[in-house]
Design a protein around this ligand. Structure first.
Ligand code: ASP
Ligand code: MG
Length: 418
């Protein structure tokens, strides 16, 4: 009755993507390039990789909260900023950081060149603010790599088929990195961030949460859709569709992080649950007795990412990421149907490739939730996920109770990886 649907991803054109070995794409998030000192550290990490003989492509996010500041500025000037101009504005954050990293690399005695998304050949759809990559023309990057340069690409942006600057949605630099890794035939895509990897739960909510050595693409998709913010959902879809191995790790240490890769036998050996995730950041819509085909056609045309679809006799309930809230509301208005947004709930999800056909997981989950005196709403399941909603103020204690109930902090729950 319920399912989780991930949007289909346009295939990137690998026509010019001659695969060369030894290419690595290294992506650094906003906190990793937040100030000049950190920018110099990122430059050193890129140079070290180049010194090991790799062809290095760096993708950087905007410095610190720069993107938020640019959005705020736009809204101070205009109540509803023109979407094309908004993309022109917010895309500059990444241009600034990648130019600065390139300067710092030159100071370390290596050649580097920074490229905008457009210069890097990243071609997208025309949906401003949430464009999808349709093609990567990687010739310019290959030429620069062949000439011995470290190539810096501004994350989060591209150029549309109508020649306008577009952005890829919040967190979109991850997708830039993964798409480049696929187009360049890179050995791996390393995602450097301010946390040590993917955890069994958000460590701010569950201090004893444990870092996972590896998760499968499917688990990571569920986790990203369910609120684990370490990777943008679309980047994980790209990685899975193109077989790009991801390594999520800390910018500030040399420790290995979490690998996201194809499921293998060892992933299934021990833990049935990989993690508990939660989100307060999605919009939940309830629609009265809709024609489902019409509803989802309208949502697809509005290019929204729909998750957690639940159909009962009288209504359909579905969630979308917050950035798709406006587009979803307009699509529903255009359909002229009854709808309402439910904003007093948050979602908790239990994810694990090892839980396939283990009904006792659901039993223990709902017994734990009942033990907190809560009634789960909008339960949705997939073979590797159970998700449900509880009141927003009960989300954190639900996550803590489930983390305990499944003993996820114990090293015993860790899967063995060779
Ligand atoms: N700077 C953009 C954002 O804040 C993209 C990114 O960080 O990946 O969403
Ligand atoms: Mg991010």
């Amino acid at each position: 009755m319920t399912e989780t649907a991930f949007e289909s991803v346009a295939q990137i054109e690998p026509a010019e993507a001659e695969t060369r070995t030894g290419t690595v794409v290294m992506k650094f998030g906003g906190t990793s390039v937040a100030d000049p000192e950190k920018i110099r550290r990122v430059a050193s990490r890129l140079v070290e990789a180049a010194e090991r003989g790799q062809r290095v492509v760096g993708v950087v996010s905007a410095m610190g909260r720069h993107t938020d500041e640019l959005f705020d500025l736009a809204h101070e000037v205009s109540p509803a900023p023109n979407p094309r101009e908004l993309d022109m504005l917010v895309s500059v954050g990444e241009r600034i950081s990648c130019a600065l990293v390139a300067m710092a690399i030159s100071d370390l005695g290596r050649n580097a060149i920074s490229l905008t998304g457009s210069q890097a050949g990243i071609v997208t759809t025309t949906a401003h603010g949430r464009a999808k990559i349709v093609e990567i023309r990687a010739r310019r990057i290959h030429e620069a790599l062949d000439a011995g340069c470290i190539v810096l690409v501004a994350g989060f942006q591209g150029v549309s088929t109508a020649y306008d600057v577009t952005t890829l949605g919040r967190g979109g630099s991850d997708t830039t990195a993964v798409a480049l890794a696929a187009a360049l035939g890179a050995d791996a895509c390393e995602i450097y961030t301010d946390v040590d990897g993917v955890f069994t739960a958000d460590p701010r909510v569950v201090p004893e949460a444990r870092k996972l050595h590896a998760v499968s693409f499917e688990e990571m998709l569920e986790m990203a859709a369910a609120g684990a913010r370490v990777l943008q959902l679309r980047s994980v879809e790209f990685a899975r569709n193109h077989g790009v191995k991801l390594h999520v790790r800390s910018t500030f240490s040399g420790e290995p992080g979490t690998w996201v890769a194809e499921e293998d036998e060892r992933m299934l050996e021990k833990a049935m649950i990989s993690g508990i995730t939660h989100t307060l950041d999605e919009a939940l819509f309830r629609v009265g007795s809709p024609d489902l085909a019409e509803l989802f056609t309208a949502l697809a045309e509005a290019e929204t990412s729909v998750d957690t679809i639940i159909q009962t006799d009288a209504e359909a309930v579905f969630s979308v990421p917050v950035e798709d809230r406006g587009a979803t509301a307009s699509a529903l208005d255009r359909l002229g149907i009854d709808w309402a947004e439910q904003d007093d709930l948050g979602k908790v999800s239990i994810v694990g490739a090892g839980m396939k056909s283990h009904p006792e997981i659901a039993a223990r989950t709902f017994a734990t939730v009942a033990g907190l005196g809560l009634e789960p709403r909008y339960v949705a399941t997939s073979p590797i996920k159970i998700s449900f909603h509880v009141p927003r103020d009960a989300v954190e204690r639900t996550v803590q109770a489930l983390h305990d109930a499944f003993e996820l902090s114990s090293a015993e729950a860790e899967r063995q990886h060779g």
